[in-house]
Write a protein that binds this ligand. Sequence first.
Ligand SMILES: [Zn+2]
Length: 112
Amino acid sequence: MCRTLTTLGALGPTRRVSRCGCGAYHVVWQHLHLSLHPDELAELCRLFAAPLLTGERRDVGLWHLHLQVGAARLWYGPMCVSLTLGEYQGLRDLLNGVQARPVLPRPLYALN
Ligand SMILES: [Zn+2]
């Protein structure tokens, strides 16, 4: 359970991205809560980096984004969340404002 969170970006209290002291990133979008490894957040940010046109799809890692008429579908493996076009744009703005820190290799002495 993550407790020490630093907010990296927010669009109100129920839409935010934060980083935990353990290195996990948390994306909260209303009822959707994602706890992500830095690489997963970087992929999610790349997925949303450039805008999509209606009917376009984009895949980055296990993420898949499909922009349809009036809605966007965000998939991760078998799970999908539907976003209105306004939510899609808001999430895009939020993710474009944050950057995942790369995971640094742990020195060998840290294993002792
Ligand atoms: Zn944590």
